[in-house]
Design a protein around this ligand. Sequence first.
Ligand code: AMP
Length: 125
Amino acid sequence: MAVDATQPYDDQNVFAKILRSEIPARKVFEDDWALAFHDINPQAPTHILVIPKGAYVSWDDFSARASEAEIAGFVRAVGTVARAAGLVAPGYRLLANTGTDAHQEVPHLHVHIFAGRPLGPMLVR
Ligand code: AMP
């Protein structure tokens, strides 16, 4: 079921549980601001999710409420993860679904990193 991005943060969401180590994840990166792990249902040869450590529902919530340090830390983490995975030369795609029309499923901000093959057109027409 798609997330209503205007709802308050639900600390029982699956990524909150990963942040609290209540459920496992195949982690690839962690610092003070962000955690990155492999998507459980990959849609490309490389499909990594990067999430902020703070409790933010979506890109909308994060961009409105996060501190400058949180925003800088998170954006740098996304770049660091992609660079460390060797994705800059072949190229990669970032995606952050927000709310119902975008089919956001997990109500904790996450940026998808897709790579590893030509990724095709941006959207299904
Ligand atoms: P979105 O539709 O943008 O909210 O994407 C949510 C993503 O989270 C999907 O690609 C799921 O496969 C992924 N996902 C859901 N649960 C887990 C989990 N426990 N570990 C890793 N990825 C997950």
